[in-house]
Ligand binder design. Sequence first.
Ligand code: GLY
Ligand code: MN
Ligand code: MN
Length: 438
Amino acid sequence: MTTKHYAAHVAERQRKLETALAAAGFDGLVIQAGAPFTYFSDDQDAPFRPTPHFAHWVPLEGPAHLLHLRPGERPRLARVAPEDYWYEQAPLGNPYWAAHFDLVEVPDVERAWRELAIQGRTAYVGDRPEEATARGILRDALNPTALTARLDWDRAYKSAYEVDQLAAASRAGWRGHLAARRAFQEGASELQIHQAYVEAVGCTDKDLPYESIVGLDEKGAILHYCGKRTTGGGKVLLIDVGAQVNRYASDITRTWVTDKADPAFRELVAGLEKLQLELCALAQPGIPYLELHAAAHHKIGDLLHQAGILKVGGQEALARGVTAPFFPHGLGHFLGIQVHDVGGRQKSPEGGTLPPPPEFPYLRTTRKIEEGQVFTIEPGLYFIEMLLRPHRAGATKELFDWKLVDRLSPHGGIRIEDNVLVTRAGHRNLTREAAAAA
Ligand code: GLY
Ligand code: MN
Ligand code: MN
């Protein structure tokens, strides 16, 4: 059961909130579920996503709800359930979380605010600060950084309930990945592979945690490729797509090849798979994530050397800046309610930033690895002409086998991405667990 630890999760939220409120000098907090984003000059909204701080407490879908939190009191939740015949207004029923709140149902946001008995110095977190000031919340209490920094910091340490949601999201995502691989092996197009994925997960596109990346052949080299071409018969598939469970995401990438792919590229895929597992094995409390990222560059450099693409080993390749054109993104990021979850570069509970070193400007995770964190480990190796071009002339030109680069470039790229939970002694690979159980 994925919800058995929910009571402990809410109790932990309450405890951590009380510490955060005391440190930031507030008596209470109102979190708003958020308002839909309406396209400019249109009457249509973007798919709604709740304020992440709200989703951290309760997986109640839909906009406008208000959550009022105070030390020593049960959380009060005003659920906005409008009278409306345009959209389905499903009754709440009896969800697993409801018993943990003083829950009231109201027809509109105005009534929701009236249900809250705001007293003392109250902070507001949400996207409608003008609504909060109209109810007497002070300007310096609107999304106050001293408080949100602490809430963001805490979000990096997942409760047992959150781990269960993330593991379930990996299982759902893996189901989709298996169907996608099958479709690819049968010669399907990018669009058909995407459709096989969502069908197997049992969701629509707007339920995905991020737009699917389904790249056949050369499109695999576009890191956030979102096209959906309708011609099939590819020799390589790079597919990066996750699933959501109770607002928690998985973020999974696999690269599959057919026997039409160049044997040298197939060996690169096998090599990247092996080094990805070696990198996962390094994940344990106490070491900076940056060490894993640097190790990834070494290992990718060594793999390129073994394949004959680079003429120097990993250490020298990294020192001479020739692994970066093949691996131009960070090894991974925190994962949770947001796919690129908050706090990866946060310095302390009070806030501040740990910037990445200049040679790795895109690295999202500079924090020390600690028990309870969940992050991705996603090394990649791509043939991106824009990044290779500067090396085709000049000081590093001789370090590459350009003929081999050009032969392999139509295969696009490779990325293998798993979701990893840090435990006291090491880690759990949630994605590989899901694969083993499938
Ligand atoms: N799916 C985006 C990423 O892997 O970060
Ligand atoms: Mn990722
Ligand atoms: Mn991804």
